[in-house]
Design a binder for this molecule. Sequence first.
Ligand SMILES: Cc1ncc(COP(=O)(O)O)c(C=O)c1O
Length: 416
Amino acid sequence: MNFLNEVSQHWPDAVSLAAGRPYEEFFDDDAPGRWLDRFRRHLAVDLGQTPEQVRRTLFQYGRTKGIIHHLIARNLAVDEDVHVDDEAVVVTVGCQEAMLLVLRALRAGPADVLLAVAPTYVGLTGAARLVDLPVWPVAGGPAGVDLADLRAQAHRARAEGLRPRACYVMPDFANPSGTSIGPADRQRLLDLAAEEDLLLIEDNPYGLFPAGDVDRVPTLKALDTRRRVVYLGSFAKTVLPGARIGYVVADQRVGGVDGAVGLFADQLAKIKSMVSVNTSPLAQAVIGGALLEHGCSLVAANRRERAAYTRNRDHLLAGLRRRFPAGSPVRWNSPAGGFFVVVTVPFPVDDALLRRSAERYGVLWTPMAHFYDDGRPVEALRLSVSAVTPAQIDLGLDRLAALITDELTRTTVPAG
Ligand SMILES: Cc1ncc(COP(=O)(O)O)c(C=O)c1O
């Protein structure tokens, strides 16, 4: 992450197909103020708070689990058909804090390990490292998760005396692979988690962005009748990344150190009280107001964004087809939505190549090696379509094609 930031700061004029940020043209200067007012009215009118209570709710230290938990629960019911008690929701400082809290709670001792579908989001592996929780990769593949490998890894870990606590998955338009898990495999994954006594940590920042008009597939949490799924959410892509608001739904009943059984969410809140005390109420109010303005549904509120990401994805895929016609050794996948496309090339893609790409060709992308934690060379790179215009995609692809052509020439051994 730091390396990518450093590269993009050093070459600010390079076209960035690296950043997984939302499209900035839709940011509205007036919206945060309006949303704050909307949430203030909600406190006064819907929740009956006096002016003094409203002031305290917004300006004071606050409830560790947050003040928009009820609106998030409503949002999940409306958009995802996920029905959870408000008390099972912990509002966090971005989804990133939610990951840290969950992994810290799962790490009870040195035998604990986390399974994670590879390639894996770097924020997850970074958080796991912070809490000293080893991550065991599970093959992802084109289906999003290799269920046989998941079972095999769980068995292998147990055979070594370890305790696989959970498996981290991104069923919808994963970062970085772009892959999604199909409906039948989602059910199989839930069954497998129950058979193997594993939790599933479902991370879903991109679920609202399928390409085109296709229907969304139910989340694991929507299908979770056995409380196997801890669900991570983020408003960074669907409302405003600057608010830094995410959340975790943890409706499992768990035993505490004192032997008493309580909600996993309450265990997470205890950890959160030592990490960030509580999530900024002002930032929560902005997101809460956005939810209220849209009847707690973000599907309709993101129609423009979804259309822009679809347009960009289609533009990128068509651009790749034009620049690397049939017979080219360059390949790519065609994700059904989200922000990312993975391009495979017949040479290793590393930070040195990225630096050369920035310096000499003026285009940024992300080496896929960043998303595997084993230091092995990877012959692939991730392109992001979320924060660029079609014209920038054209320019970026022209530059990328020049880089790849030169690398192919450089790495091809002359015949004879
Ligand atoms: C898969 C995944 N999870 C979590 C996050 C972090 O979300 P937040 O910005 O809410 O911390 C991201 C951000 O890019 C992501 O791609």
